[in-house]
Design a protein around this ligand. Structure first.
Ligand SMILES: C[S@@+](CC[C@H](N)C(=O)[O-])C[C@H]1O[C@@H](n2cnc3c(N)ncnc32)[C@H](O)[C@@H]1O
Length: 239
């Protein structure tokens, strides 16, 4: 059960940092992800990974409150996990209208309108005020971005001084990864799944991510990368 928070300050925080206007450019992007199928995975096989990743994010960044964006949020499971563990208002952003509808359904079902807002937009086009966001999280989406360098720059300007981004992909820890692999094996999809992990979370992807960050001009970052945790760029904006 998601927490229900009904406080004016949280609602004000939401209004401050996202501009949900008609300029948002939602699209069914050149993505092969089926929203319903992905949601099914997110709510079953992947379900245990989100609270673990959320904890890793909050422990690494030290963020305890303020405004958070989950970009490329899918059905919103990482953002909702973050919401359960910290006093954050969360904006959910995805290019897929179907994914955003799933997020909205959860917001409505748990009466989280005071604390959450969902918008359909390509992350590169997202209208977000400069210096307004404490934490930007994203799991499994960066691998789809057309111009990641520009997106990192765009998101970085949205961070408050002292804010953090935690962007990448992974399955939480070794045990959870093994469980997910076992599930894909049972469906006869182990090889394809392992190939995707290798492509997105392997050494070449790490090097690519490092290059992208360097080219984007972001200086204060580090990369967390190993087989257990996955591949994550952790970015800080100086105060
Ligand atoms: C693999 S799913 C991950 C979803 C979610 N973050 C999770 O971990 O459960 C990738 C998501 O990124 C979204 N996405 C890909 N490219 C995007 C872009 N340029 N702007 C916004 N969303 C994007 C897709 O629509 C999809 O929902």
């Amino acid at each position: 059960m998601l927490p229900m928070v009904d406080s004016q300050p949280v609602r004000a925080r939401i209004a401050l940092f996202l501009v949900f206007e008609a300029t948002a450019t939602g699209r069914e992007a050149a993505m092969t992800i089926n929203a319903q199928e992905f949601n099914q995975l997110a709510k079953t096989v992947f379900a245990p990974i989100y609270p673990v990743i959320a904890r890793q994010i909050l422990e690494t960044t030290g963020i305890q409150g303020g405004c958070c964006l989950d970009v490329g949020c899918g059905a919103g499971d990482l953002g909702f996990a973050v919401l359960q563990q910290a006093d954050l208002a969360v904006g959910f952003v995805d290019a897929s209208a179907e994914m955003v509808a799933l997020v909205q359904h959860t917001i409505d079902a748990h009466e989280l309108q005071q604390r959450c807002q969902a918008v359909c937009s390509d992350v590169s086009q997202l209208e977000v005020a400069a210096n307004s966001v404490d934490l930007i999280v994203s799991r499994g989406s960066v691998f789809f971005w057309d111009q990641p360098q520009q997106v990192f720059k765009h998101l970085f300007q949205a961070l408050k001084p002292g804010g953090w981004m935690y962007i990448g992909g992974g399955f939480g820890n070794r045990q959870l990864l093994d469980q997910v692999i076992a599930d894909f094996k049972a469906r006869g999809e182990e090889e394809r799944f392992r190939a995707r992990i290798q492509r997105n979370l392997g050494t070449a992807s790490r090097q690519q991510l490092d290059t992208i960050l360097k080219k984007s001009g972001i200086r204060d970052y580090f990369i967390r990368h190993d087989e257990s945790i996955g591949l994550w760029a952790v970015i800080h904006k100086d105060t």
